[in-house]
Ligand binder design. Structure first.
Ligand code: TRP
Length: 331
């Protein structure tokens, strides 16, 4: 049976890019013939979020984003990474068989070194935490602790899956076949564009919020960059940010309609109004569910606690077996 697993790091408020790029495709992948593990990667977020209150709030909003988007906690193992201590325990054991060079090549670490290099720092590692450096290792542990077989992720995470496979194979060779060697399920991803035309990301401040109210949504859509063409002028939909964003959620039919409007010289204001209306239709049910969840925080905590309990029924015996294989036993 397939064991599908994926996590979202709560390092920013949930946005349309998270929904289209991660949440929806993961939920769409689930069916009766798989076991699924969807989680909030809060331990990963400690690397980036230094304000404790903020971290807590972000974890909470990612939990609500999953649930409001239709995750059914009765059918899916839904949990918070930090509630599963077996993950951090396994991470240490994996670190003992992982060559440092494998992590030297990981792109998050390389990007951090590049920034130091460009700004002329003498020490190339200045300000880089061990947490950031070993982050692919913790991710490997997220995946291997519940022994996942399939991991839906964006292209930017492909390298981490390769690292995970390397580590799993090495463990299996050394101690005997124990871990599944997991496969990445890469969505034939079109990057979801942000309001400024770059990839939608909280670090660019160009997001369309997933859980905001109608006013927030309208404001974000109105912010999408266009150009100085007047109404009546024919507009090119290729390489156009407004059309790019629209195409990441609108049906083929709707996209054709929009292309025709561009051809016919629609004004930017009217085109944005249409994008807003279509998007609002998709996000309305999510927003309504979110408001309901938000008024009952205790329920969310209970859901997460129950999820962790269910997962630990599997991960506790599993870590015990790993330790036995490694040679950590009761005397
Ligand atoms: N690193 C992933 C990201 O930034 C999130 C993540 C953490 C994850 N652990 C995972 C994804 C395990 C898949 C499997 O998007």
């Amino acid at each position: 049976m397939k064991r599908i697993l994926t996590g979202i790091t709560p390092s920013g408020y949930p946005h349309l890019g998270n929904y289209i790029g991660a949440i929806k495709p993961s939920l769409d992948l689930l069916d009766e013939n798989c076991e699924s593990f969807l989680f909030i990667a809060d331990l990963h977020a400690v690397i980036k979020v230094s304000d404790p209150e903020k971290l807590n709030e972000l974890s909470n909003s990612i939990a609500m984003a999953w649930l409001a988007s239709g995750l059914d906690p009765d059918k899916t193992n839904f949990y918070r990474q930090s509630d599963i201590p077996e993950i951090t325990e396994l991470a240490w054991l994996l670190s003992c068989i992982t060559e440092k060079g494998l992590l030297n090549r990981a792109h998050a670490y390389k990007a951090a070194m590049d920034i130091n290099n460009e700004s002329g720092k003498k020490d190339i590692d200045e300000g880089i935490s061990v947490g950031l450096f070993s982050y692919p290792l913790l991710m490997a542990s997220d995946i291997l602790t519940p022994n996942a077989t399939h991991v839906p992720v964006g292209k930017d995470q492909q390298q981490h899956l390769e690292i995970t496979r390397d580590i799993a194979e090495k463990f299996n060779r050394k101690y005997g076949d124990f871990f599944n060697v997991p496969e990445a399920v890469i969505k034939d991803e079109k990057t979801v564009l942000g309001t400024d035309g770059r990839k939608m990301s909280k670090s660019y401040n160009n997001i369309i919020p997933l859980l905001g109210d109608e006013k927030d949504l309208r404001k974000a859509v109105m912010k999408i960059v266009t150009n100085s063409q007047e109404p009546g002028e024919k507009k090119d939909w290729k390489d156009n940010t407004l059309f790019g964003i629209y195409s990441s959620f609108a049906s083929e039919e709707k996209q054709v309609e929009m292309k025709n409007m561009f051809n016919d010289g629609v004004g930017w204001g009217d085109a944005k109004q249409k994008v807003f209306e279509e998007l609002n239709q998709i996000l309305k049910p999510i927003r309504e569910k979110y408001l309901e969840l938000n008024s009952n925080q205790k329920h969310i905590e209970e859901v997460l606690k129950a999820g962790a309990e269910k997962v630990r029924k599997q991960t506790l015996p599993s870590i015990k077996e790993v330790k036995r294989l490694v040679g950590i036993n009761k005397l």
